[in-house]
Write a protein that binds this ligand. Structure first.
Ligand code: AMP
Length: 434
């Protein structure tokens, strides 16, 4: 058995190989088209931020911060973290650059890697990529619906079938603290039957128990009070309007009273989007895992920057979407077809070929070659495989005479052309062929 190479990519982190790049590119290009249509502008924030941004924003007792953050100390003593998610960093940038003074709402999108120390399993990586759409400075429920619509369209364009949006409202500071008390008291009465994690959650962050996937906690969840029955009037009306907008848009949704999302900053609307062929997680008894997650976060601005900014957004998981694109047999562009191949034999011809190759580049005519190969037979068979229409052959004799052989691969004919006329000749032929 071959010995395993010493260095492998770190666990849960993957190379994106050339054959996969085209899926990523296609997804990013659809993202950019949607962003343009819906008026989102691109922002890139650093991949590292102060760890405290996530501790305060995402929340100290969330799994993401408590268990999954990659943190590092700089030589200067700063405690930084690789971003486990985008939203706190984008909110920080929004406030830092005074975007509150711009006409509101400000719509931003971003694409890039995120890092979470997950136990490696299907669909969960330690480095993965997200597409983020965020809307700042607008509290209307129409925005919640529009954010959901943008993500829905992204998946629909990629032929994901039977898309379902799961939605819930988790209220806000006006009603959630009271609900938490009601829930905590219910959980206390069932404390002994909770799984180990939920025993801790029941004390620190009882809402998260509703999110638990352990078999043991399911009956307790089923009997638990539901936040939807404890929303204040404002949160209730907001949610009702979001649902009315979703109805109007014809987006298929399902109310999920257990959807709380594992992040502290959410207020009011939370959502996730699943598809028929959403990948399953191996750990959680083959439950489908979401392709997109998001919600409203009206308090995050105050928590990380001292200013209230109503906002709503979400993140799509790129790797999960790409694996779905493959299942959906989405067509992605192959390498651009080249019509001309340049073959060379002998040292002088090789030298001249390099120059000719550059001239083709300047004229923007795609040209295939095998400059590293010396055998004409090998080069011609490569030209055949590439299915080019014309092959240029430069041998010692041609190089000395400043000519080149132009072979029509379809007709099997060939002629000798002056080297300084060959580009003109090829242009003429390609134009005629069109
Ligand atoms: P979240 O905000 O945690 O729900 O993340 C938003 C989306 O990012 C999820 O719906 C997934 O599609 C994706 N995602 C989150 N964590 C991971 C991970 N560890 N590996 C791959 N994709 C992930």
């Amino acid at each position: 058995m071959a010995r395993k190479q010493k260095f492998q990519s770190p666990q849960g982190m993957h190379d994106i190989l050339p054959e996969d790049q085209k899926y990523f590119q296609k997804l990013y290009s659809i993202t950019e088209n949607l962003a343009e249509f819906y008026g989102f502008e691109k922002i890139d924030t650093p991949i590292v931020e102060f760890a405290e941004l996530y501790e305060r924003g995402t929340g100290l007792t969330t799994d993401i911060v408590e268990k999954q953050m990659f943190t590092l100390k700089t030589k200067g003593g700063d405690a930084l973290a690789l971003r486990p998610e985008f939203t706190p960093g984008i909110m920080r940038a929004f406030l830092q650059h005074g975007m509150l003074n711009l006409p509101q709402p400000v719509k931003l999108f971003s694409v890039g890697p995120a890092f979470r120390y997950e136990s490696p399993q299907a669909g969960r990586f330690r480095q993965f990529h997200q597409i983020d759409f965020e809307v700042f400075g607008e509290k209307s429920p129409a925005i919640d619906a529009q954010v959901i619509q943008v993500f829905y369209n992204l998946l629909a364009e990629l032929k994901f079938k039977n898309l379902v949006v799961e939605v819930n409202s988790i209220g806000a500071s006006c009603c959630r603290p009271y609900f938490k008390k009601v829930l905590a008291s219910y959980l206390r009465s069932r404390f002994n039957s909770l799984c180990l994690d939920c025993k801790r959650r029941a004390r620190e962050n009882p809402l998260r128990v509703l999110d638990c996937k352990q078999e043991k906690c399911q009956p307790i969840k089923a009997g638990a009070p539901q936040i939807i029955d404890h929303l204040c009037e404002e949160c209730h009306d907001h949610f009702k309007e979001v649902l009315e907008f979703l109805d109007e848009l014809g987006l298929p949704y399902r109310l999920n009273p257990y959807l709380v999302r594992g992040i502290d900053y959410y207020t009011k609307t939370v959502f996730e989007i699943f598809a028929e062929n959403s990948p399953s997680s191996s750990e959680e008894a083959s439950l489908p895992i979401a392709l997109v997650g998001g919600g409203r976060f009206d308090n995050l601005g105050r928590v990380v920057g001292g200013k209230d900014v109503p906002a709503c957004g979400g993140a799509a998981g790129v790797e999960r979407i790409v694996s779905g694109m493959k299942l959906n047999r989405i067509k992605v562009l192959g390498e651009a077809k080249k019509d001309v191949f340049l073959a060379q034999v002998g040292d002088l011809a090789k030298k001249k070929s390099l120059k000719l190759f550059e001239e083709f580049r300047k004229e923007k005519i795609p040209l295939a070659e095998s400059l590293s190969k010396d055998s004409l037979k090998v080069q011609l068979s490569r030209a055949d495989r590439l299915n080019v229409r014309y092959t240029l052959i430069l041998g010692q004799k041609e190089a000395l005479e400043k000519t080149v052989i132009l072979k029509d691969m379809k007709k099997g004919t060939q002629e000798t052309v002056k080297l300084d006329k060959v580009i003109h000749e090829i242009k003429k032929l390609l134009k005629k062929g069109k």
